[in-house]
Ligand binder design. Structure first.
Ligand SMILES: [Zn+2]
Ligand SMILES: [Zn+2]
Length: 261
């Protein structure tokens, strides 16, 4: 499968090892038409941006770069952290509304909004070995946090690596994605979700997006994991929002910028 864009890429502004020019060069080498720079939200310890204003500074910088790279559309977005059971994100709404694209996901070591929320999502999850009841509680909490984030943020485009680090009820999460027009990510950097969860999501009717989650230039546009699974499961290209052929982009209901190709 061929793809026109890679919409989940980190730069040095969070935990990537590459600056925006290096990402752009790598994307052009891969033949991409469009990319999104999506650094981690500020409250994931050690890996996030310094503060939400960083996104707005990057937007300005990219606006200046655009004329130099007429063959590539460069979007600036974020991978926000889901912080609690209400699905609160760690980027304020006034910044979210200025971004070209918004991704959200659960990440380890995210500062919860309260101790109680932290106990609900993050601690229980690491105590899974205590037994079935605790595990179920953790899955319920992770699922609730995820679907609340989907329902409460109309700006949300993509749910990143569903179920990674934190197990969720995949059917419920997939259903929320379908209802709210949020794209279900196949994350090639983490090779996640696995085939069984992608089958569940497909059955529920999600639209997929395949992203690299690149932190280094050599993985920008590396979408092989997704490509292989899509071929293996014979998923129709019209279900893939960034597939070059098949019209999948029409599934990206919330996309801010019109497609130019
Ligand atoms: Zn992530
Ligand atoms: Zn990421």
């Amino acid at each position: 499968m061929r793809f026109f864009g890679d919409y989940h890429i980190h730069t040095r502004r969070s935990d990537g090892r590459q600056n925006e020019e290096q990402v752009i060069t790598a994307a052009l080498e891969q033949g991409l038409k469009e990319i999104a720079l999506t650094d981690h939200g500020p409250l994931a310890a050690g890996i996030g941006v310094k503060n939400p204003e960083v996104y707005l500074e990057l937007k300005e910088r990219v606006e200046n770069l655009h004329p130099l790279y007429p063959d590539l559309t460069i979007l600036v977005g974020a991978e926000a952290n889901i912080r609690d059971l209400d699905g609160t994100l760690d980027i304020p709404p006034e910044v979210l509304s200025q971004l070209d694209i918004v991704i959200a996901g659960l990440h380890p070591y995210t500062l919860p909004t309260s101790v109680q929320d932290g106990m609900g999502i993050f601690v229980q999850n690491s105590l899974r070995h205590l037994g079935k009841a605790q595990r179920e509680k953790a899955i319920n909490a992770n699922t609730k946090a995820t679907i609340e984030a989907i329902y409460n943020h109309p700006q949300l485009d993509i749910l990143s690596h569903p179920g990674l680090f934190f197990s969720v009820d995949m059917e419920e999460v997939a259903r929320a994605c379908v209802k709210e027009g949020v794209l279900f990510e196949i994350n090639c950097g983490h090779e996640h979700p696995d085939v069984s969860d992608i089958i569940i999501a497909e059955r529920e009717g999600v639209s997929f997006i395949v992203n690299s989650d690149a932190h280094f230039t050599d993985t920008v546009g590396d979408l092989r994991y997704g490509s292989e699974i899509i071929a293996q499961l014979e998923i129709d290209s019209e279900r893939i929002a960034n597939a070059l052929d098949g019209g999948g982009h029409t599934r990206w209901a919330k996309k801010h910028n019109a497609f130019t190709f």
